[in-house]
Ligand binder design. Structure first.
Ligand code: PLA
Length: 405
């Protein structure tokens, strides 16, 4: 008898996580995974931050720390502190209790819960996402019940922001549309608006009555400063208007597999926020009931304790600085090889990734000949690189550019 699933077709691997699957199968000792954005040390190893180890030790030693279910919207302390982290402790929205926050399954889960909430309670179901954007965005929002459209963002000829195109597209968007922004360190381009450009965008968004949805997956990872990387979001919240924010602790606290993040909905009034919060529970309860306790407890410990917090920001700055130094080293290595083309975007781009401009053929050449793995759009994770591996990557890029059209 045939299986009742005999007609199920083989699905393709995920464009980002599938790179790791291919990498794991490669027996070459020279292999290098620059696909997924996961931080590696100078030795090429994953790390658990010291501050996270300390917080975990405190939790283990605390007999009052249990494994009970959390409330539907998660750990209350965690939620408060997480909203403060992105908005600033002195934010009027925080002080006036105008924020509904749900602890969610990292950044992805926060985006998804936000999407489901919008599909149920917001009159406009269209969300505009930048072109290009993180590959999972369209899938999350479509699965979450929204219609996805895109706005121009990146200009390949200048390797910079297409501000004109962005403003035109948002100006032409249907009234009330949701607009997704990367709070900082745009993935995959590494191109962020300047503060002046953000201000222009903000004015347009508010005058058109669009609803901003910030994806903050890299706070602190771009500049090394948590406050600086939150400026875009704070600018929008300062005008008193509403917005959605999805936060992730995967990168900035290295809690990837703990799946810890939050969705915050900033409202105009406290009573609205409290009703919104009540409805968020109805979204979450049938989906996964309530979020996991471990990661959120670690984060709450770190954010609550001044010494741990200071230690965290120092470790975070160390990671951001190492990534920035990898940019310089790669740029210098290509310059030393006389690799054809202008590579200054490597040092200009912001955050975890360099959007190299390499095409899909060059990417597959580098995989086949040099065992270097990256996404087919030519994005490389600078956080996966180290001083030891820069020459290998530079050789590979040089060969790809000179030998593959
Ligand atoms: N938003 C953006 C812009 C991201 O780049 C990522 C992760 C997420 C949200 C979700 O992260 P989280 O759910 O783990 O908190 N992007 C990674 C990993 C780092 C991935 O694709 O899942 C990337 O390599 O692009």
């Amino acid at each position: 008898m045939d299986s009742v699933f005999a007609n199920v077709v083989q699905a393709p691997e995920d464009p980002i996580l599938g790179v790791t699957v291919a990498y794991n199968k490669d027996p070459s000792p020279a292999k290098l995974n620059l696909g997924v954005g996961a931080y590696r040390t100078e030795e090429g190893k994953p790390i658990v931050l010291n501050v996270v180890r300390k917080a975990e030790q405190l939790l283990v030693n605390d007999p009052s720390h249990l494994k009970e279910y959390l409330p539907i919207l998660g750990l209350a302390d965690f939620n408060k502190l997480t909203a403060k982290l992105i908005l600033g402790a002195d934010s009027p929205a925080v002080l006036e209790n105008r924020i509904a926050t749900a602890q969610c399954l990292s950044g992805t889960g926060s985006l998804r819960v936000g999407s489901e909430f919008l599909a149920r309670h917001y009159h406009q179901h269209t969300i505009y996402i930048p072109q290009p954007t993180w590959g999972n965005h369209p899938k999350v929002f479509t699965s979450g019940g929204l219609n996805v459209k895109s706005y121009r963002y990146y200009d390949p000829t200048t390797r910079g922001l297409d501000l004109q195109g962005l403003l035109e597209d948002l100006n032409a968007a249907d009234a009330g549309s949701v607009v997704l922004f990367h709070a900082c360190a745009h993935n995959p381009t590494g191109v962020d608006p300047t503060p002046e450009q953000w201000e222009q965008i903000r004015q347009l968004v508010r005058s058109k009555g669009l609803l901003p949805f910030f994806d903050s997956a890299y706070q602190g990872f771009a500049s090394g400063s948590l406050d600086e990387d939150a400026q875009s979001v704070r600018m929008f919240v300062a005008d008193g208007g509403e917005c959605f924010i999805a936060q992730s602790y995967a990168k900035n606290m290295g809690l990837y597999g703990e799946r810890v993040g939050a969705l915050s909905i900033v409202c105009k009034a406290a009573d609205v926020a409290s009703r919104v919060e009540s409805q968020l529970k109805l979204v979450v309860r049938p989906m996964y009931s309530n979020p996991p306790i471990h990661g959120a407890s670690i984060v709450a410990k770190v954010l609550k304790d001044k010494d741990l917090y200071d230690e965290w920001t120092a470790e975070l700055k160390g990671m951001a600085d190492r990534i920035i130094s990898m940019r310089q080293q790669l740029f210098d290595a290509l310059t030393a090889r006389g690799t054809p083309g202008d590579w200054s975007h490597i040092i200009k781009q912001i955050g975890m990734f360099t959007f190299t401009g390499l095409n899909a053929e060059q990417v597959s050449f580098m995989r086949n000949e040099y065992h270097i793995y990256m996404t087919s759009d030519g994005r490389i994770s600078m956080a996966g690189l180290s001083s030891r591996t820069v020459p290998h990557l530079a050789d590979a890029i040089h060969a790809a550019v000179t030998r593959v059209a």
